[in-house]
Design a protein around this ligand. Structure first.
Ligand SMILES: C[S@@+](CC[C@H](N)C(=O)[O-])C[C@H]1O[C@@H](n2cnc3c(N)ncnc32)[C@H](O)[C@@H]1O
Length: 348
């Protein structure tokens, strides 16, 4: 990567990813794009470190450790101007560079959005209306969506799911259709990820928070979801979505629902096809349902339905694929959803 490409990447990030969503990160990214000294240091690191999210997360990690209270105050909204925050960020990054490098090299950006349970709940009620199922979340990150039975999900006048006193409450506006608002009986909750983050591991939990943008209102709910995941642990396994899934499926009796929420996109196209083959092969003697919540075009073969025109967001596709007798028997487009589960448009 050339210096010009690095600078263009940070500018693009400021203008296209942050503007209108995170004024804090827009100001910081603009300041990083102007710092030749930081460019040199970033260019000396591994490729993955050059993604803006990596430096932003590693610096947020320092703030969450309480080691940079001045910057922390700016993150908390106490900055005189956003330009001041940009300057302070660059100055702090240069001063703390030796501490940042090991984190930048060892970690990858990792997100986990608990709001997606509002999309999963009606999809589960659709594919598993009767018998209890084993839930396997592939690309689970810290397993936050596996806390679904312990969270409150509020669909407004369509109904509410989950324990009333839950510390995690997800609100989801139903903009179209009639999603089933019913609980699903879940026997076991298993998560698979090539780099799972342990909700009980302080460094992992803090890193997940560090990857969450500070001024977008998602930090507190993610913190609460991590605590909930620690209190009601799921069975989190380290493994690959394609090569390690067959053994996991074989070891489980009875009906299985596999979920992928904004995870399949991270697999190369041949691996996505191999993932579908694994699910089909695992269904030789029972039913496997796969609920996919992914960007348009990521899951092949779902019936094409035009996404609703909801201003400000590109809708993700909620799909259900059923496998039986070793083959795919049904593909359904259940709905469209906001990528973080803020709204749902059900096609039934
Ligand atoms: C964007 S995160 C989504 C996390 C979570 N599903 C959610 O909706 O919040 C994608 C996750 O997929 C995992 N992942 C990517 N490729 C994978 C693979 N081949 N096998 C298993 N996990 C993978 C990453 O480690 C990461 O935790």
């Amino acid at each position: 990567m050339t210096r010009e490409e690095l600078v263009a990447g940070w500018r693009w990030f400021a203008e296209r990813e942050c503007r209108g969503y995170s004024p804090l990160y827009e100001a910081i990214s603009t300041a990083v794009a102007a710092s030749t000294e930081l460019h040199e240091r970033l260019l000396a690191c591994s490729n993955h470190v050059r993604q803006p999210n990596m430096l932003l997360a590693a610096m947020h990690d320092l703030v969450l450790r309480g080691e940079e209270p001045d910057l922390g105050a700016h993150y908390g909204g106490a900055a005189p101007t956003v330009a001041d925050t940009g300057h302070l960020f660059v100055e702090t990054a240069l001063r703390r560079w030796e501490d940042l490098v090991p984190v930048l090299e060892a970690r990858r950006t990792q997100t986990n959005e608990v709001g997606r349970i509002a999309v999963l709940a009606p999809a589960l009620a659709t594919v598993a209306p009767h018998e209890p199922v084993t839930l396997i979340d592939v690309g689970t990150s810290a397993g936050l969506t596996l806390t679904l039975p312990h969270c409150r999900i509020d669909f407004g006048d369509r109904g509410v799911l989950g324990p009333p006193g839950s510390p995690v409450c997800v609100e989801c506006a139903v903009l179209g259709g009639n999603p089933p608002v019913r609980p699903t009986a879940i026997r076991r909750r298993i998560g698979l990820d090539r780099r799972p983050l342990g909700p009980n591991d302080p460094d992992d939990a803090r890193w997940l928070l560090a990857c969450t943008w500070p001024d977008t209102g998602r930090l507190e709910r993610t913190r609460a979801a991590l605590a909930l995941a620690a209190a009601h642990p799921s069975d989190l396994r380290t493994g690959d979505a394609v090569t390690d899934l067959p053994a996991l499926l074989t070891a489980i009796d009875g009906p299985i629902v596999v979920t992928t929420t904004w995870a399949l996109a991270y697999l190369p196209e041949d691996a996505r096809a191999a993932f579908v083959d694994v699910l089909a092969a695992g269904s030789a003697d029972r039913r496997i349902s796969w609920i996919s919540c992914e960007a348009p075009g990521v899951v092949d073969g779902l019936p094409q339905i035009d996404p609703p025109d909801v201003a400000g967001t590109s809708a993700s596709v909620v799909g259900a694929t059923t496998f039986r007798n070793g083959t795919t028997v049904e593909r359904t487009t259940l709905g469209h959803a906001h990528p973080h589960g803020r709204w749902l448009w059900w096609h039934r």
